[in-house]
Design a protein around this ligand. Sequence first.
Ligand code: NGQ
Ligand code: ZN
Length: 458
Amino acid sequence: MTTCYFAESALLPSGWARDVLFEVAADGLISKLTPHAAAADAERLRGPLIPGMPNLHSHAFQRAMAGLTEKGGPQGDSFWSWRKLMYGFLENLMPDDVEVIARQLYIEMLKAGYTAVAEFHYLHHDANGQPYANRAETGERIAAAARDSGIALTLLPVFYAHGNFGGMAPAVGQRRFINSVEGFSRILESLAGTVKLHPAQRIGVAPHSLRAATPEELSAVVAALNCIDASAPIHIHVAEQQKEVDDCLGWSGLRPVAWLLQHAPIDARWCLIHATHMDNQETQLLARSGAVAGLCPTTEGDLGDGFFNAAMYLRASGRIGIGGDSHAAVDPFLELRLFEYGQRLKMERRNVLAFAIGDSLGGQLYRASCAGGAQALGQNVGQLAVGCRADWVVLNDDDAALAEHSGDGLLDAAIFGPVRAPVRDVMVAGQWRVRDGVHPNGAASLQRYRQVMRRLLN
Ligand code: NGQ
Ligand code: ZN
């Protein structure tokens, strides 16, 4: 059975179109699309229609830490002191908590206009570092939370074995993450089986970083994934902090992005998270590789990471997508605003990432991160086109910041204006997940989330 929807205005791959009739098949894919059509008895969408945004980087459990690490520490705070607090925080997290927090987060994501998420999942073992009876326990909780919320998921079990470059022993605080290649492969296979049962879920893999995986382990983990799915996505944290760059130089003589480009088969399957610190040559080569640079502007701002070499990378046609990462914010529009604002503050200019006269910066950033996000998740989404999944967002033009705007002007206003509620309705795979800003499981989820927070904060 197909269902028909009518949008007075919709963002298609060819640009904004008027009076578009969409047919969505029972499998959740867009089967037909006709601009300049009559509505007939199709369901009329209640605002301008845009593709849903994929969130390409999430550590779901960190949602429950938002706001807890903003107090001065003894010796000047940094990414590294935040990481210590994060390790301490997760000592008390049980599998149930992981599921409750992830479900709450994924509902928040849907309400904000994200329709899919790549979960970079590394909290595998119990508080003593012992595998659960089911080694894939916590990953299964993530998949269940995604199913309950209705968000699409690319599940990236994380391989993590070491504390720093050169195969250093892990710290005690990292014991919940640690696996041998063999133990990890069992988790990967098991989770591949779990997500296979659900059409809007996909498996991938994430060697945590060059700090946590040796070159041999990196190859072995990619080979393990290839046995399951030779086109599935591969994500890695790469060059977030200057110390990481210095340590990598000390270990290999190369900067992390340069090392990866020379030693791993970096191509369109790969997503490099926090390619923050790149020299100009790395920037050009990464842009040419076809990989996606995974930007997480609010988290990178929160953690004091530095500035991505954005103008050069985008001019070289580099691909980008956005991630919520630690979930200091759950808002795709805010991520894109902060991405551009970082460049403005650094360069003391405006519209740094708009290259042609009159180009809408909002339109360009939104389209680029939909495309890059879809690529990074390895899912058939990110545009309103025949054959793509019906993952979409109906904008709320009752929000005064959007009122009377049209076309790309809507995206400029949603990203750079004083919006409060830019999203009205959200669909994933042909199913409404959010109507009028409300998710049907929202109240029940919040109640469970409160119980978890009460325990964690006391
Ligand atoms: C993470 N988060 O894995 O959660 C990391 C911190 C690390 C970010 N990089 C830990 N934002 O990189 O060692
Ligand atoms: Zn991360």
